[in-house]
Design a protein around this ligand. Structure first.
Ligand SMILES: [Zn+2]
Length: 68
């Protein structure tokens, strides 16, 4: 009975299960605002939010911080 491996852990590595603004756990079965962006390192990242409000807050904070 060695076929019972652990649940897949690596498949959803690029699909965060937490809100990027407030850290609330997100239901994987539900739709949430999702944004992809390129980091300052050139790394493509995906972030998710529990609500449009958190999405808006994230965008606003990024714009205020600004890039060099
Ligand atoms: Zn949130």
């Amino acid at each position: 009975m060695d076929d019972n491996g652990p649940p897949s852990t690596a498949e959803t590595s690029d699909s965060p299960d937490r809100c990027a603004t407030c850290g609330t756990s997100l239901d994987p079965g539900s739709w949430h605002p999702t944004v992809g962006y390129t980091d300052s390192d050139g790394t493509y990242r995906i972030v998710r939010f529990c609500s449009d409000a958190c999405h808006h807050e994230w965008r606003t904070s990024r714009e205020e911080t600004g890039d060099p």
